[in-house]
Design a protein around this ligand. Sequence first.
Ligand SMILES: [Zn+2]
Ligand SMILES: [Zn+2]
Ligand SMILES: [Zn+2]
Length: 163
Amino acid sequence: MPAAGGARAHGETTAYGVKPLNLHRAVQKLKERGLKLTPQRLEILKIVMEAGRPLTAREVMEAARATHPHISVDTVYRNLTVLTQCGLLNQVNLQNRESARFEYQGEDGHHHHFVCLECGKSFCVEWCPTATMHAVPAQDPGFRVLAHAFEVYGYCSRCQPSD
Ligand SMILES: [Zn+2]
Ligand SMILES: [Zn+2]
Ligand SMILES: [Zn+2]
């Protein structure tokens, strides 16, 4: 696989492809879907953006409680999902809600991840499999594609058994 060279670890540096938050663009993206940038939603977006690494809904909730003391993890998760659906955030670890993390995607930040099943560390990859596959199913050439998900699971070099 041509991935290793293009992989980048989250954490030490800022997340892949991130440009500073353009509030006007964020508002527009939400408006396109008939959604508002409420103070809560803006706070959640800022937290994820400033983290520079993917955060769980619980981590976002803990940070958001500084300004919204009664915010619940459900509310945070719902807002993270809305922000992901309109392309502002990117969900890392798609397997389930418990392991999901969210990172700021910014403009043109579309990319995929390798995820360690042991420690949860993720690596951004700069290639997309849909670039080299047929975009629609042969059985239904009229299929209208809106989005796609792709993720690779395994163990990072630190988490592999040493035997
Ligand atoms: Zn690991
Ligand atoms: Zn990433
Ligand atoms: Zn892709």
